[in-house]
Design a protein around this ligand. Sequence first.
Ligand code: SF4
Length: 133
Amino acid sequence: MRMEKPVKEYEIRAHHGMCLAFFEGKGYSDGFVKYMAEIKEALGKDPVVRLVNRTDEICGYCPHNKLGCCDSEEKVGRYDALVFCLCGVEEGIEIRWSIFERLVEQNIISAGKREEVCGDCQWNSICRKPLDA
Ligand code: SF4
């Protein structure tokens, strides 16, 4: 009997849809950057992901992940809530990655609302670059 390989399920924090859109190989540590690049590549294969508002796949190697809780939870939880609201999707939804990417692009980035969501993030200057160019 042929065993089916289990399909890996990804949980992704809603606001990480924006971080991934602008990711250019910078992050909290070398390990974090390497891991984030691997996740970005895996998401390029367009899996179904579950959108969440808690630590996710990407938080795995982050130094801010303290025993499964983000030490900036108040701030990043606010980002997640705004992404869910602006994209019109609910916490826990399972959705193909490319569809979520499009929702983020259309409803937040192209709509000029990115800084309303996460303008106080320490990486804001990276995500501003396309506008400054
Ligand atoms: S800062 Fe918080 S939300 Fe962002 S990757 Fe690290 S643990 Fe996750």
